[in-house]
Design a protein around this ligand. Sequence first.
Ligand SMILES: Nc1ncnc2c1ncn2[C@@H]1O[C@H](COP(=O)(O)OP(=O)(O)OP(=O)(O)O)[C@@H](O)[C@H]1O
Ligand SMILES: [Mg+2]
Length: 402
Amino acid sequence: MARILIFTGKGGVGKSSISSAHAIRSAREGKKTILVSTDRAHNLADIFERKIGREVTNIEDCLDAIELDPETIMRQDYSNFMEAITKLLASPGIAVDGGEQTFMFPGLEELFSLLKIADLEESGAYDRIIVDCAPTGETLALLKFPELLGWYMEKLFLVGRMAVRVLAPIARSKYKIDLPDAKGMNDIEKLYARLINLQKLLKDPERTSVRIVAIPEKMVVEETKRSFMYLNLYGYHVDGIYINRILPEGEPDDFFAEWRQIQKVYRAELEEVFANKPIYPVPWYETDLRGESGIARISEDALRDERIFDVIAKAEGEFFEKVREGYRLTIPIPLAQKGDLHLSTNGHDVILRLGNYKRSIPLPTTLTAYEISSAKLEDGRLRIRFASASPSDAQQGKEENV
Ligand SMILES: Nc1ncnc2c1ncn2[C@@H]1O[C@H](COP(=O)(O)OP(=O)(O)OP(=O)(O)O)[C@@H](O)[C@H]1O
Ligand SMILES: [Mg+2]
């Protein structure tokens, strides 16, 4: 069972440098480690000053690296799936714009990168998988994707199965439409099962942690707080924050005096937000961090904690519980403000909207006869109560602002 550490943060804050430092440190502990870049603007090759490609490349004892290219993975491993799902979407009743285009969700390609990480995990070849991600926005899109597609496929499946069974013979002769055959459906089904496993893997706090890299200045701190909130919304376990580029002490009236003051303010803010998480300050070096020796400086200065790879302070995830008048769903979303959150149900899912992000949480079947009776945001937790719907006031599509 591999331990997975995912590094995320705003553009340019030091994700690649800090994740590489972890990879080197891990390998030197004798743990079999792979450093995986999901950022299409790969730069591991610059850091390690050698070519690292789309295939696993050995760097040193116990250390491999790979720069993932989703198009290659899609072509190599998922071409059957792509063909089947394109056919499915082109079938009557599901057709989009005449159903001519290839099935392509925004972000679908990135999903193949995540599936590749799951493959690496399943291969059993590694003790630790260190993931260097693209800047926050893309990473969040990436991390919400398995759930989104899983949910979508669930709906599609029912339609798809029926379409195949009932319509395939008619479709072929009458409409000259080629629906995916049983094998095609099987490919879709297999991918669906893998998506479920992928979600389990990435959201299992015993195995996967998200580590956030930041620098102590306004814009970065704002984005860091937002992404922390969204990561929680999607049920990912954040267990560490790195505050990079901390200025060294200096003369009280030198050029950097004011910057040091600014850093102090934002460092304090980050320390407050992440009060119950480990915080790793990383100094600002006099030069950039090219080469393994440059990266090793981070390791020496900031990663000395022996437990750096451990799961630290397990986060609580969302959970349902039985209460007197029905059930309660609790979802931790620190930093969310009342009014930011919008809640609705469609009878099968609770749909949560927060800013530009939307999440559908499937309701256990016991709860489909229940409706939301109240929702409260308190102490960084959203608590949604469900009460049994009497037939007279049963209401579909109920909506609420929290
Ligand atoms: N503490 C530091 N001191 C000096 N230079 C640093 C420090 N941290 C990072 N750098 C330099 O800053 C640049 C950006 O760092 P890095 O590539 O690790 O950031 P990133 O978050 O991965 O960026 P991107 O979002 O573009 O992927 C690099 O040139 C790196 O060497
Ligand atoms: Mg990078």
